[in-house]
Structures are given as C-alpha cells and as structure tokens.
Design a protein around this ligand. Sequence first.
Ligand SMILES: Cc1cc2nc3c(=O)[nH]c(=O)nc-3n(C[C@H](O)[C@H](O)[C@H](O)COP(=O)(O)O)c2cc1C
Length: 328
Amino acid sequence: MRFAERLNLEHPVVQAGMGGGVAGGALAGAVSAAGGLGTVGIMGPDAFLGALHEARRLAPGRPVAANLLVPFVRSAHVAACAEARADVVVLHGGAAPALVRALHAAGLFVLDTVGTVAEARRALADGADGLVVQGLEAGGHLVGVQDTPGALAAVRAAIGDEVPVLAAGGVADAVVVQRLLDLGADAAAAGTRFLLTAESGAHPAYRDRVLGAKRTLDTLLFSTGWPMRHRVVPNAATDRWCATDERGPAWLRAVTARTGPVGRALPIAHLERFLGVQRPGLPVFTPALPLVGMDAAVVDRAALYAGESALRMTGVVSAADAVAALTP
Ligand SMILES: Cc1cc2nc3c(=O)[nH]c(=O)nc-3n(C[C@H](O)[C@H](O)[C@H](O)COP(=O)(O)O)c2cc1C
C-alpha cells in the first residue's frame, strides 16, 4: 500500500520535523487537520510528549508524525512516540540500528533521512521502513549533497518502487511537489514553508530574516555540540565568521568537530540555555535556534536555519494555507 493511502493522507504534503520547539503541537496539529502530515520536532521528552498529544487533539482521527534527531534521542523519546502512537517516526542525523529496533519493538513505522544511494542502502539495512531523501537545497541539518530531484531519482532507481520515499529540500510550491511526485516520491516534505507559518514556534524576527534573505549558506558555524552541516540564512554571526568560507574558519571546524560527545551528553532541552552567552564575535555557536518569547537580539547570534526555498517565500501564512499552496 502506498504511503499516502496507508496514512489516509488527503494531500501528499508533509511538514518536516523542526526541533527545539519550532514544530510543536500547534503546527503539527494544524498541518494534519488540513489534510497533510504534521510532524512534531524533537525537544525535551516531557514537552515532546505534550506536543504529540496536542497535535492529536487538534487533528482528531488524522495521522501525526514524530521526528527524532539521532544524537539527542533518549529512551523517553521512544516511549513518548509509543504512548502517543505516532503514525510515523522520522529519524535524522545518522545511522541508528538500535533505535530503529527499539521503535519497531514499540510497533512504530520508521523513516530515515538520507542524502545518497549509499545512505539509502545503509538506512534500509538498519531496518528503516522507508526513507526521506533530502536534497542539498534543504534548510536545517544537511545530509543532502545533491539537488533534491537528482537525489530522489538516484535513490528510487537504486531501491525500486516498493519502499516509501518522501523528498525534502526546495519544496516551495505545488509545482515542485508535483515534480517530486513524478520522480517517484510518495509525498513531499517542506520545512522552511512551515517555519513561515503563524503556528510555528520560530521567533518573529527570525521569520523576518528568512523572508528578507537574499542567499543561504551551507555552513558548519553552529556546530558546537553537533558537528554536522546545516543551511542557514545570514546574520551577524555568519557575516563575522563566514565571509571568506561559508563553512566557517578551518580552525573552528577542527575544534567543533570534536564536540559531538558533549552535545550528545547534554539533554536537548538544555541547548537553548547557551543562547544567552552566545555572541556574534565569540566563535562558540550551538545548534539552538531563536524561538517565540526569546530576546529578539538572539537572531544575530543563533542559527537561522532555512532552505533555498526561503528565497521564494513572500510571507507568513497559516499552516492550512501552506498545505493548500503545496497541494498539486
Ligand atoms: C528551522 C528548521 C529546523 C529543522 N530541524 C530539523 C529537525 O529537527 N529534524 C529533522 O529531521 N530535520 C530538520 N530540518 C530539516 C527538514 O527536515 C527538511 O529536510 C528541510 O526543511 C527541507 O528543506 P526546506 O526547508 O527547503 O523545505 C529543519 C529545517 C529547518 C528549516
């Protein structure tokens, strides 16, 4: 049975998981209620469970997904997915065969995010039930190394037609969604489009920067605690440290490359506390992002994750309107 049919989706539109509070219960619930698939992003386990319940309450009888960033997962996150009976759990951030086994043991359906054919084969060998193929254009943390249509076509050709595959990266409108469906995607996942909705937890000043952006950067600047490529729009921190190399200074990359164990040891809910000490001029940048309620000045010292699709966005809309705009 195809993915959309299995989940009883009205539209082949998925709101990608966005962690740290951007994609909470209000956003995921609104997307699912509008006939797409809403996804609650990772946060501390109690808040995560609460957000999953909120999404269920807002979208009764509709499917709801949960997103787990592999380096930050605790057993309580798995328990939350099970308790809320998430219809899909999307993993991102690396190989996790033991996590896939734990999610399967809880009866959950698991997709893993990949950027290449080699990663697709690895994810399926890890036991994933399906894939999210992420292209280079995507916002946030990147496994994508090739444009979304190219990566999707390559993965589909390698793994055949049976495995459920979503495509993420550059999903700005219904024309892009249709193109990805034509290339074999079961549905298209968008992050930036849903970041720019009334229901997202992103700080309004962050959304303004995304709307005003003229370019994006594929960087490693905000890697303290999680050294993985990520796509952002510019701010004072990237202006200061990425002027000659968008990845950030080589010496800083060498330092942050060693900080993964520190990030994994910390509960994810603690990450945002570091934003209080981050400064554009001080090269210690964590992956935490600006949320509603924070001091607006944080937009110049925190990661402003967004994809290339940001350059095509013209305003903040409701989540339901975003689903409608992406539906072919
Ligand atoms: C603000 C933001 C936060 C993100 N956080 C996560 C995350 O926590 N987990 C994840 O799997 N992907 C995350 N992503 C990546 C998305 O899953 C998706 O691959 C990406 O948004 C697709 O590109 P688009 O932004 O052009 O639609 C994030 C993306 C953005 C823009």
